[in-house]
Design a protein. Structure first.
Length: 52
């Protein structure tokens, strides 16, 4: 899961996050997401919001 955590933290665009989703299950993504600090979660949410 360390590799997934690193990938999530390094993602800069929604496309990067989407590419990660292909390689991991939803459950794996959520487990790692909830292990992140609040600020890290907020950053990922902000990136993902650019999809809409």
């Amino acid at each position: 899961m360390a590799k997934l955590k690193t990938a999530m933290l390094e993602a800069e665009t929604a496309a990067h996050l989407a590419a990660i989703i292909i390689d991991y299950t939803h459950e794996e993504m959520m487990v790692v997401f909830y292990e992140l600090e609040w600020e890290q979660q907020a950053r990922i949410k902000d990136i993902w919001k650019t999809v809409s």
